[in-house]
Every structure is written in structure tokens, then in C-alpha cells.
Design a protein around this ligand. Structure first.
Ligand SMILES: [Zn+2]
Length: 232
């Protein structure tokens, strides 16, 4: 099985050579030089006391890797991002910051709508959670939250979007939270934090005591104009 996987990977590398999303050097989605350059810019920006962004979207490496993950089906960009994070911090530090040091923790990827999952074929937040999971040694709860079916947010005004976001997430049918578990909501980009706030609210309403939101990239509101697809 491993040999087959390795051969398949070699073939894939031949057909679609990995190129650094930022400097285009061949060999990796984020090359070692770009990883080393961006890692010291790890910021752990609090949007609220319970919601964080790990790196700025202003960093071209981060922006391009998130874009590749979100729009170009480059699943491995999630691992490249987490590998970059691993140069900046340690699992122990993250666990402490997330409040999961003395309790068990679990990742909860922010769900995308069924429509978007169909058109895109995947949920980028799940891919990020899958890259985080082995590094942090924490499982993923795939079926805790679900997305209510609604209209697309693009084109609505701000108040309408906020209202839609508020009704966009729900606890999945038959799902339960464990009050002793610290839940780490994972998303790709955070701007106002509205999406993560609503997801956090849903979990806390049903008894989760420790819920934090974490997005890989933090986009400052001033830079979020005309980019609703990236906001939330
Ligand atoms: Zn590079």
C-alpha cells in the first residue's frame, strides 16, 4: 500500500510539479525560504478573546497558500501552512493558548454549505483541521455542526449578511457535545469573526464550556472591502 501511494505521489509530482505559491521555486507548495521568512510573523491575533487568526492575510505566502487551498484544489497547501506554523510555535504553546492543556480537545471544522461543497468538492476548513490533527494529537469532530441551507451571502448588505450568518449554522441532528472537551473551531480566514462567533455560540448553547475559534489567516477589516467570499 505504501509503495503504491509513493509511486502515485512520484507520478503526481512529475505531472504536476509542486511550485512555491509565493516565489515559484519548484519542490514544495511553500518553499523552505518562504516558510522561514513568514514564520517569525506568526501573530496569534485576537479578534475577540476567544477567536484568533494565526497569520496576517497581508503576508503573500499565507494569502497565496490559502487561495491555492480554497480555490485551486491544492489540498496539500493545508499541510504546507501547518508545517510553516510548526516553525513558529509548538503544539504545547498552542494547546495552552487554546485552553486544552489539562482537558481533552477536538477540532471542529467550520462547515461550508452543501452547494459550495458540491461545486468545490471539499471543505478547506476540514483540510486544515486534518493537517492540524496529527501535529496537535487532537481528533476532528466532522459532524458536530452543520450548515443550514440559505441564500448566498454575496450581494446582500452588511446587516442582512450578519442575520444570515446567525442562522447559517446549527448543531447536527443527534450530535452531542462533551462539556469536558475543549473545542477548537477551525476556519481558513477570519475578518470580523462573525462566522466563528456564531459557531461558538451554537456549541456553547448546547453545553460546551470551552470553545475557541481559530482561523489560519487574519484579514484586517480595512483590507476586507469587496471580498465577501473571504470575510466572516
Ligand atoms: Zn518560496
Amino acid at each position: 500500500m505504501q509503495i503504491v501511494t509513493r509511486s502515485a505521489q512520484l507520478l503526481l509530482d512529475l505531472l504536476f510539479p509542486r511550485k512555491c505559491v509565493a516565489c515559484k521555486a519548484e519542490g514544495a507548495w511553500i518553499c523552505p525560504q518562504c516558510q522561514a521568512a513568514v514564520a517569525p510573523k506568526f501573530l496569534f491575533e485576537p479578534v475577540t478573546p476567544s477567536i484568533f487568526g494565526l497569520f496576517s492575510m497581508e503576508e503573500i505566502v499565507i494569502r497565496e497558500a490559502v487561495h491555492a487551498l480554497k480555490y485551486n484544489s491544492i489540498y496539500e497547501a493545508a499541510y504546507a501552512l501547518v508545517d510553516t506554523l510548526a516553525l513558529a510555535t509548538t503544539p504545547q504553546q498552542l494547546r495552552t493558548a487554546w485552553g486544552v492543556k489539562s482537558v481533552q480537545g477536538a477540532f471542529v471544522p467550520v462547515p461550508v454549505s452543501n452547494k459550495r461543497r458540491k461545486s468545490r468538492g471539499y471543505n478547506q476548513a476540514e483540510l486544515l483541521a486534518e493537517a492540524f490533527s496529527p501535529w496537535l494529537g487532537m481528533p476532528i469532530e466532522y459532524h458536530l455542526l452543520e450548515r443550514a441551507q440559505g441564500k448566498t451571502l454575496v450581494g446582500s448588505n452588511r446587516a442582512q449578511r450578519q442575520l444570515q450568518t446567525f442562522h447559517a449554522f446549527a448543531l447536527a441532528e443527534n450530535a452531542r457535545v462533551n462539556a469536558q472537551t475543549a473545542y477548537i473551531l477551525i476556519d481558513d480566514v477570519v475578518t470580523t469573526g462573525s462566522t466563528l462567533k456564531v459557531c461558538r455560540h451554537v456549541l456553547r448553547e448546547v453545553g460546551a464550556q470551552n470553545v475557541v475559534g481559530c482561523a489560519f489567516a487574519y484579514r484586517h477589516l480595512d483590507n476586507a472591502r469587496d471580498s465577501h467570499s473571504f470575510s466572516g
